[in-house]
Design a protein around this ligand. Structure first.
Ligand SMILES: [Ca+2]
Ligand SMILES: [Ca+2]
Length: 219
C-alpha cells in the first residue's frame, strides 16, 4: 500500500513535469507485482541469470497468509535441485520474473501475487487467490539452451533440429568451460529434464519449432 502511494506520487510528479505517461503506467503496475528480497549474495558473481538460461535451483514454497509450506524441492522429486529454463513458462510466472538476474549461490525470498502464481483456481495444497512466497537458492546458471546462439552451436550437423547427442555435447562443453566437468549420469539427468519439457511430440529430437515456441524470430 505504501509503495502504491509512493509510486503514484512519483508517477504524478513525473507525468506532470515531463509528460511521461508510459512511466506512470509501469510504476502503477508494480503494486501487483513480484517482490524480491535478497537473502544471500555471493561475493563473486560469475554469471547473472537471464531469460533462456538453464537454471539449477532449490525452491521452497509457502502460503503468505499463514506461512505453511506447500512445496519443498529438497524433499519432493527425489530431493535433487530442479532444472528449468528461466523466463519461458516452465515455472510459475512469478518465479520467471523474480529469479532474473540471480548469481549462482544467491538466495532470494520471492513474494508472488496470486495472478502470477496459481491464480483463481489454486493448485493442490494452494487455495484459490493465494499469495505465495518462495525461498529459492540458485546453484548454477548456464547460458542456453533457449538462446538462438546456443541452438546454432548445438546443432552440429546444421539440420535445424537437435538430437540428444548434440545437446549433451553442448552441455559438456559448457560445464568444462566453467571448470566443472561432470560425470555422465549428471548430464543424462539434465537431458531427461530438457527433453521432457521441450520435446513436445516425443520423437526424441528437439525441432527448431519446439525450441522456438516462445519468442525468438531468428529461425
Ligand atoms: Ca542437428
Ligand atoms: Ca520433437
Amino acid at each position: 500500500m505504501m509503495w502504491k502511494l509512493v509510486s503514484c506520487t512519483f508517477c504524478l510528479f513525473v507525468s506532470s513535469q515531463l509528460g511521461l505517461w508510459s512511466v506512470c503506467a509501469s510504476a502503477e503496475e508494480l503494486d501487483g507485482e513480484v517482490k524480491t528480497e535478497v537473502l544471500f549474495k555471493p561475493e563473486e558473481c560469475t554469471q547473472r541469470s537471464k531469460k533462456g538460461d538453464l537454471i539449477n535451483a532449490h525452491y521452497d514454497g509457502y502460503l503468505a497468509k499463514d506461512g505453511s509450506q506447500f512445496y519443498c524441492s529438497r524433499s519432493d522429486k527425489d530431493g535433487h535441485p530442479q532444472w528449468f529454463v528461466l523466463g519461458v513458462g516452465q515455472v510459475i510466472k512469478g518465479l520467471d520474473i523474480g529469479m532474473m538476474n540471480m548469481c549462482p549461490g544467491e538466495k532470494r525470498k520471492i513474494t508472488v501475487p496470486s495472478a502470477l502464481a496459481f491464480g483463481e483456481k489454486g493448485k493442490g495444497p494452494v487455495p484459490p487467490n493465494a499469495t505465495v512466497v518462495f525461498e529459492v537458492e540458485v546453484f548454477t546458471v548456464s547460458r542456453g539452451p533457449r538462446s538462438m546462439e546456443a541452438f546454432g552451436k548445438m546443432d552440429i550437423d546444421k539440420d535445424k533440429s537437435l538430437t540428444k547427442a548434440e545437446v549433451k555435447e553442448y552441455l559438456k562443453l559448457e560445464y568444462e568451460k566453467g571448470g566443472k566437468p561432470r560425470d555422465d549420469p549428471f548430464y543424462e539427468k539434465i537431458m531427461a529434464d530438457i527433453f521432457r519439457k521441450t520435446d513436445q511430440d516425443r520423437d526424441g529430437i528437439i525441432s527448431a519449432k519446439e525450441y522456438n515456441i516462445y519468442e525468438h524470430d531468428e529461425l
